[in-house]
Design a protein around this ligand. Structure first.
Ligand SMILES: [Zn+2]
Length: 136
């Protein structure tokens, strides 16, 4: 197991290239494209929650509708699909620090594939132990 807070440099050039030239990463994931695999932690008919491929915090999850829905906040082609970043932080963390905790410019957690499998399993177990998630 790697150090749980060890960070590695994020390859932001590769990320940007993929976002500019690649397909929609959520639609590619939802259709089973082998290069866009993620670890699903929760799924209902029309939405899916999965681990962030480049986590800045342990257990950081993205939630997205399965149907392609775009928003325009300056997002690039490959990540214009509506999605939310969900990360656990203590309630007293100031807003500016919350923002920086999510930025990949400071590096991403150095996680091996087996640790992501374990993290996704632990999140699924916690959700199941709570009786699932309530969909509003
Ligand atoms: Zn999409």
């Amino acid at each position: 197991m790697t150090n749980p807070v060890e960070r590695q440099r994020a390859d932001l050039d590769a990320y940007e290239d993929r976002a500019r030239r690649g397909p929609c990463f959520v639609c590619a994931f939802a259709s089973g494209h082998p290069d866009y695999g993620h670890h699903t932690v929760f799924e209902v008919e029309d939405h899916v929650a999965f681990l962030d491929r480049w986590p800045t915090l342990a257990g950081k999850v993205l939630v997205a509708p399965k149907r392609h829905v775009e928003y325009s906040l300056g997002s690039q082609q490959g990540n214009a699909h509506l999605h939310w970043h969900i990360a656990g932080l203590p309630p007293e963390v100031p807003h500016e620090q919350q923002f920086h905790a999510l930025m990949a410019e400071d590096g991403v957690l150095a996680k091996g594939p087996e640790e992501s499998v374990d993290m996704a399993a632990r999140i699924r177990e916690r959700i199941a132990a709570r009786g699932g998630l309530r969909v509003l």
